[in-house]
Design a protein around this ligand. Structure first.
Ligand SMILES: [Zn+2]
Length: 117
């Protein structure tokens, strides 16, 4: 997983930046600002930054769904679960037109079956 320069959530494009330290606190890994549509992630290890990005994306999803109260424990659990799915299924989120997709593979097998392969 990579940290993109921007991520679109619910029709809103959030600019993503990596920062050395949070200007508002010392113990957070990142912060989302839904007013100016930005996500800042503290520069730490790659996997931790990925988790923090997903944490902030779940905040954006909550905002998109109209929730003003965010349960940090639930959000962090969802972020960890999403991160595990993404990491454990590499390539799953690539475009369906990519040659490595399951759809393309099935078509090739079907053609091969017709030819007796
Ligand atoms: Zn949070």
């Amino acid at each position: 997983m990579r940290i993109p320069k921007s991520v679109k959530v619910g029709g809103v494009t959030y600019g993503v930046s990596i920062i050395e330290s949070c200007p508002t606190c010392t113990d957070c890994g990142g912060v989302i600002n839904t007013e100016d549509s930005t996500i800042a992630i503290k520069q730490v290890g790659q996997q931790r930054m990925e988790h923090v990005l997903l944490h902030e994306i779940v905040h954006a999803l909550y905002k998109h769904l109209g929730y003003d109260e965010h349960d940090e424990k639930l959000i962090d659990g969802l972020a960890a679960a999403l991160h595990a799915v993404i990491v454990d299924n590499p390539g799953m989120f690539e475009s369906a037109s990519a040659p490595e997709t399951a759809i393309k593979t099935k078509k090739k097998k079907a053609k091969g079956a017709k030819n007796g392969n």
